[in-house]
Design a protein around this ligand. Structure first.
Ligand code: ATP
Ligand code: MG
Ligand code: MG
Ligand code: MG
Length: 470
């Protein structure tokens, strides 16, 4: 099965069942100010999920480009990407749980021919506020899933709510593919993330409105919002165990491998994967019709961070300096028939990468040397002061997460709170000096993402949901 076959099969299946195909929206959201990028197919649909009527009807489907910076630390594993394509279908006050489960089940088993034994699902286990979702569990059973394939979890895993305190929310049911590995323990299940179960699809049932007093009232218009990971499903359908072994990454990985004598061994694998994955994300961000450029704020900062991280890894393994453009070119050629904007913006994409690479390469060497000197003075687990981390940012253009990653590789850490303080002082000063020069500053996006970086480790799934993943 090719990626294009999978995209078309999905959309055609839902079109045949009354859904209207909507265009893939920009990676920069119009309708949802709570996120920097479109992280799921539902973002462009927020007003309609809140009740506005959609011009194309109550049943919608599409393939949506997504960026999830909150998954950046996972990149390099078998299934998490910063850029991915989400296949989605929606019911805006039309069908609900039963039809949604039936549609998903039918698509997986009769169109994709996934054996029912390889599926596992999770369902909301209920709490003292909202009851257990027995209705959905029962539906999965009638489809032929046995009790051992149905797992009940709480809010952490099976509840979807908006970033704000109030608004539409509800339980979800997630669909996993059993990779056939041994169970990791007696309690092994989708939530233990041991690699046995890969999440492929999430069906969210928006059936409540959360009020400001914390109570939940049933919504008049119940919606269904689903999202399936295209890369993950393609991996499974082709009998692979990681996304890099699919047609989506083979060309760029081969290009990378052809430029070095270093082997794609356990030791280098993660870095090779990150280089390929980030190259693809960079291509799609720069190729977006809304045209953003590397900068110190918001989306531009994320782009800068991805490019600089990739350049550092390219350097770390001794690849030729300019290979990022070569890799990006491979990706443009591969995707431009499906995503026309990549071909149309080819010159812009390559030009921006060239500019940002030149800018960063000027200070990278001296910055790395300086960083090494700082780290050499620290014992294991000791903190690099915010003052020095700030110097690496201010003098050498090292994004804070980048310094954190270098520190991590050396077994030390960075004093983020102190860095933030230094940053704020610096912002204040520059505001007093040249009004507007640092307006908005790197700071906001940088500190937000650095916080996210630390917090995701601590709070994992729960926090991700609050920050805007669906
Ligand atoms: P995971 O638990 O694996 O991080 P998720 O629960 O955060 O996934 P959802 O927000 O439910 O994912 O998104 C819907 C679908 O999109 C998932 O079921 C998965 O198939 C796909 N998906 C989510 N995050 C990624 C990612 N970082 N890379 C590739 N596919 C993803
Ligand atoms: Mg996730
Ligand atoms: Mg999940
Ligand atoms: Mg999910």
């Amino acid at each position: 099965m090719t990626a294009q076959e999978l995209r078309r099969m999905y959309v055609e299946f839902f079109k045949e069942r009354g859904h209207c195909e909507i265009a893939s929206a920009s990676l920069l959201p119009d309708n949802d100010p709570t996120v920097l990028f479109t992280t799921a197919g539902m973002h462009p649909l927020v007003p309609y999920l809140l009740g506005e009527s959609h011009p194309q009807g109550k049943r919608l489907t599409n393939v949506q480009k997504c960026i999830r910076t909150c998954d950046i630390d996972e990149v390099g594993d078998d299934t998490h990407l910063t850029f991915f394509e989400m296949l989605g279908n929606w019911s805006l006050g039309d069908y609900f749980k039963e039809e949604s489960v039936s549609l998903s089940f039918e698509f997986l088993t009769t169109v994709l021919h996934i054996p029912v034994e390889r599926l596992a699902v999770t369902v909301f286990s209920g709490d003292d506020i909202v009851a257990r979702d027995d209705e959905t569990a029962k539906m999965w059973k009638t489809k032929g899933l046995s009790d051992s394939q149905i797992f009940f979890y709480g809010r952490e895993e099976n509840w979807w709510g908006p970033a704000g305190v109030t608004g539409p929310c509800g339980p979800d049911t997630e669909i996993f593919y059993d990779m056939g590995k041994e169970s990791c323990s007696e309690d092994c299940g989708p939530a233990c993330h041991c690699g046995k179960y890969v999440e492929i699809w999430n069906n969210v049932f928006m059936e409540y409105n959360k009020n400001s007093d914390g109570s939940y009232e049933p919504l008049h218009n119940k919606n269904v919002d689903t999202g399936m990971g295209m890369e993950r499903v393609l991996t499974i359908l082709n009998g692979k165990n990681n996304v890099y072994d699919t047609e989506l990454f083979i060309p760029v990985m081969n290009k990378l491998k052809s430029l070095t004598d270093i082997s794609y061994s356990d030791e280098n694998k993660r870095d090779f994967r990150i280089i390929c994955e980030h190259s693809r994300a960079i291509t799609f961000i720069l190729g977006d019709p809304k045209r953003i450029t590397p900068s110190n704020t918001e989306q531009g900062y994320i782009l800068r961070r991805l490019i600089r991280r990739t350049i550092r890894l390219i350097k770390k393994h001794g690849f030729p300096d300019n290979i990022l453009c070569d890799l990006v070119n491979v990706i443009i050629q591969q995707y431009k028939d499906v995503y026309k904007e990549l071909g149309e913006n080819q010159n812009f994409i390559l030009d921006q990468i060239e500019k940002e690479s030149c800018l960063f390469r000027k200070t990278l060497d001296s910055g790395l040397k300086k960083a090494e000197r700082y780290f050499a003075l620290l014992e294991k687990d000791e903190l690099l002061s915010g003052e020095l981390a700030f110097r690496l940012y201010d003098t050498f253009g090292f994004p804070i997460e980048f310094t954190m990653e270098l520190a991590d590789e050396r077994g030390v850490r960075v004093d983020i709170t102190n860095f933030e303080q230094r940053f704020k002082e610096h912002q204040e000063k520059s505001r007093q000096g040249a009004e507007g020069k640092f307006k908005g500053g790197l700071a906001d996006a940088s500190i937000q993402t650095a916080r996210l970086h630390t917090a995701t480790h601590l709070l994992n799934g729960a926090l991700r949901k609050v920050l805007g993943d669906s």
